[in-house]
Design a protein around this ligand. Structure first.
Ligand SMILES: [Zn+2]
Ligand SMILES: [Zn+2]
Length: 328
């Protein structure tokens, strides 16, 4: 795997006897592109997750800096098959115009339309984005960019299977993230492996239903301590905390769904540390759980392997074009 950052360790979870230690079997590879939330910090970019399975690549949510992280991971925008949006909060979207436009005309130019799945409202938003960037799109085409590469195809979703191709199935399920009317989590299934992304949600029985027995559960979390440390009043923090889950509530979700591995991403506030999150989780849940970090890679196969990035890469850590990553 060609990447321009170093791994410092591999953690293994859930050894499986079937096939023996050397039989990799089907795999789903998950790269946490951004593990943050709205706060504009350097160590956790906006929420975005790359999922690779069966030679296909998908980006779930497109927070701030998604394109930079994708490039650091060695994945070309040309090779991404689609984007799935969990909901239309801006921290999950502000990286989208950058992915779509810069990814299109920079480097190896994208020459095929981009499919985007998202909640009701997605089609209108994408149409408005096209209008907002009409001058830009015409100018790049006049300079030789391939028009097909800027085309967006919207798929507005409901709960249920939303994608199936070559053994990869993606399903959406409703979660609970007021005051938004529509918010979804996603489940990816491939070759008997499974990954669930919670999206943003407070406690959701529907998530528990869809995530029970999953191999990898990527779950959001909010740490009340970090709000207090940031000096935010109870009045300011209360509505935010009411739309997310505390580590204790997440621990209850993990205890009931018993994933082979639980990973925290979408950390609110992004200054939260392991000490803020893991001991509180473990008061409820004693299974495998790790705090996600940007560019952490999790390979879901016979084993669940976590490759932790050494550190958040420096601003200039990725000059030039990273060599493309081999298809999974
Ligand atoms: Zn969010
Ligand atoms: Zn949200």
């Amino acid at each position: 795997m060609a990447m321009n950052y170093r791994f410092v360790g591999v953690l293994l979870f859930g050894l499986c006897s079937a096939g023996g230690a050397h039989a990799a079997g089907p795999q789903i590879t998950v790269t946490l592109l951004g593990t943050g939330s709205p706060a504009p910090v350097m160590n956790r970019f906006g929420p975005s997750t790359l999922v690779e399975a069966g030679g296909q690549r998908f980006v779930f949510d497109a927070g701030r800096g998604a394109l930079q992280r994708l490039r650091q991971a060695g994945v070309r925008w040309q090779d991404v098959d689609g984007v799935f949006l969990t909901h239309l909060h801006s921290d999950h979207l502000v990286g989208f115009p950058d992915l779509w436009l810069t990814g299109w005309f920079q480097g190896p130019q994208r020459d095929r339309p981009l499919r985007v799945w998202g909640p009701p409202g997605t089609q209108r938003m994408l149409g408005l984005l096209r209008r907002a960037f009409a001058v830009e799109i015409q100018a790049r085409i006049a300079d030789g960019a391939k028009a097909e590469g800027a085309v967006l195809i919207a798929h507005e979703i409901r709960e249920g299977q939303v994608y199936a191709h070559d053994g990869v199935r993606i399903s959406a399920f409703a979660v609970d993230h007021p005051p938004l009317r529509y918010a979804f989590g996603y489940r990816v299934d491939y070759g008997g492996r499974s990954v669930v992304l919670s999206g943003d949600t407070r406690h959701s029985e529907n998530l528990v239903r869809h995530a029970t027995g999953v191999d990898l559960l990527i779950h959001e979390v909010a740490s009340p301590e970090t709000f207090a440390r940031a000096g935010l009043s109870a009045e300011r923090s209360r509505p935010v905390l009411a739309h997310h889950v505390t580590p204790q509530v997440a621990g209850e979700v993990f205890r009931r769904t018993h994933p082979r591995l639980a990973v925290y991403s979408h950390i609110v506030q992004p200054s939260a540390t392991e000490a803020d999150l893991l001991p509180a989780t473990r008061t409820i849940y004693d299974g495998p759980v790790v705090l996600g970090e940007d560019l952490m890679v999790i390979v879901v196969g016979d084993q669940v392997q976590v490759h932790a990035a050494q550190a958040a890469p420096a601003l200039d850590a990725a000059p030039g074009q990273a060599p493309p990553r081999q298809a999974p």
